[in-house]
Write a protein that binds this ligand. Structure first.
Ligand SMILES: *Cc1c(COP(=O)(O)O)cnc(C)c1O
Length: 463
């Protein structure tokens, strides 16, 4: 196999070449993958090889087998789920994170990456307008961020009732009431399940998916003494709508509840004065979850759990053992996430923010929202199409005259390959759902997307 340095250099050079080839093709290749899981597995071969292969050949084999099965998620015309691309600086930093291979748990053993993440955390809090003293944990994504915050919330509201979950566990604990609007994201539902709370009790929502304030007030009044967590939402996945944080937080806090905000992509509205009105009052909550791998465009995976009362976060998520170095007065990375061992994923956040600066983040957020409005305008100009939601941020729900046509349009678009958007149902109607979260989605991408939609509608209505 030769010298380890040569082998490493060969593997990294091969990865570098394949990476640039892939990235260079992303903007123009069909967005959809060309082959499915079976196709990729056939190319890989399913049998465990008896003998090994030199590193470079492994990387070459992987790239050759996987290439056609990749979805061009980084395409400026990929609008599925809420995804986002990867800024060059963040991607470069991510490679270094792998090469450094630090287990970012303790400030004492991995000072460099702990320091970078601490700087990234404080920049994030400033950009998002959140309390500077908050605890920040870099987790895999929005779901784990919601989960981490719900765990901190659960323990804190029980502690306030005189119950210590660290010793008593959930088995003997009083009930924790968990409330949310009807359009609560499935990720919050999962967080509630994982935390042992079950799915949230829903209190209603308005036509854009915003939590119903009267419903929230009524639910809170039903059992005024219950330990309570209220989950609000910054950015509904269909409409992009934001809850009324000023009023919802006021009502929830008056009832002694902990308020958590799922702002996987919506929290970033705070970084632009043009959109800050959407998150007015948001900083009054107790915890927030967001994603860096969506709006901030860092590579997967990177979510952020933020808790105002850092002590509540570390009490719930911290781990202690004689062999784990710690300084009592300062929390360590592993005190703020559910993990002990993890990669230093927050380094990519530092890199993206360093390359953008405050003004760049503002332009990023405004660019995404502007592209969404331009898409909506383009769609509305096509006879037979309508946009169902109020386009307040980055989400657009498109519908044709009837559900069948809309479903056919979605399928046509995904098969044709110029763009990719998922189908969904919203307010009882089939929609094609566009989430703009890639920095590369520019005016040209919008033009080509609107054009593809027009061609698609013509094709499916001519059938
Ligand atoms: C994407 C998303 C989540 C889940 O985040 P992951 O990073 O996919 O785990 C939660 N809430 C909202 C509103 C989202 O858009």
């Amino acid at each position: 196999m030769g010298d380890i340095h040569d082998e490493r250099r060969d593997a990294l050079e091969a990865a570098h070449r394949h990476a640039l080839e892939w990235l260079g093709s992303v903007a123009e290749r069909p967005v959809r993958p060309e082959i499915d899981v079976d196709g990729v597995q056939e190319r890989l071969g399913r049998d465990l090889p008896a003998e090994g292969l030199p590193a470079r050949e492994v990387v070459d084999e992987l790239a050759a087998a996987a290439g056609d099965g990749l979805m061009a998620m980084g395409s400026p015309r990929f609008f599925g789920f809420v995804i986002g691309g990867a800024y060059p600086a963040a991607l470069g930093a991510d490679w270094l994170v792998s090469a450094w291979d630090q287990n970012n748990g303790s400030r004492q053993t991995t000072p460099a990456v702990a320091a970078v993440e601490e700087v990234a955390a404080s920049w994030l809090l400033e950009l998002l307008g959140l309390p500077a003293e908050s605890g920040v944990g870099f987790v895999t994504g929005g779901t784990m961020a919601n989960f981490s915050c719900v765990i901190a919330a659960r323990d804190a509201v029980l502690r306030a009732k005189g119950f210590d979950i660290a010793t008593g566990g959930l088995q003997a604990a009083p009930r924790v009431r968990f409330l949310a609007g009807d359009q609560v994201h499935t990720s919050m539902v999962l967080a509630g399940r994982l935390a042992g709370l079950g799915p949230p009790q829903t209190v209603g929502a308005d036509d854009q998916g915003r939590i119903d304030l009267d419903g929230l007030e009524r639910a809170l009044a039903e059992d005024p003494d219950a330990a309570t967590i209220v989950a609000l939402q910054a950015g509904d996945v269909h409409s992009g709508a934001f809850d009324d944080f000023v009023r919802a937080i006021e009502v929830a806090h008056a009832a002694g509840a902990w308020v958590h905000v799922d702002g996987a992509f919506g929290l970033w509205a705070a970084a632009s004065p043009r959109f800050a009105h959407l998150v007015r009052g948001l900083a009054g909550a107790d915890s927030w979850a967001t994603d860096a791998h969506k709006t901030l465009n860092v590579p997967y995976d990177c979510g952020v759990a933020i808790v105002r009362d850092e002590a509540a976060m570390t009490a719930a998520l911290g781990a202690h053992a004689a062999y784990l170095p710690a300084v009592a007065s300062i929390s360590d990375p592993y005190d703020r996430t559910p993990e002990l061992s993890r990669r230093a994923r927050g380094v990519t956040v530092w890199a993206a923010l360093r390359s953008l600066g405050r003004s760049g983040v503002r332009r990023l957020v405004e660019g995404l929202a502007d592209a969404a409005s331009a898409l909506a305008d383009g769609f509305r100009a096509i006879p037979g199409l309508e946009v169902l939601n109020d386009v307040v941020f980055t989400q657009v729900c498109l519908a044709a005259r009837d559900d069948e046509t809309t479903a056919a349009l979605g399928e046509w678009l995904r098969a044709e390959g110029t763009i990719w958007a998922s189908s969904s149902t919203w307010r009882g109607r089939t929609v094609v759902r566009f989430a703009v979260s890639n920095f590369a989605t520019d005016a040209e991408a919008v033009r080509r997307t609107v054009d593809a939609v027009g061609r698609g509608l013509a094709a499916v209505t001519a059938r």
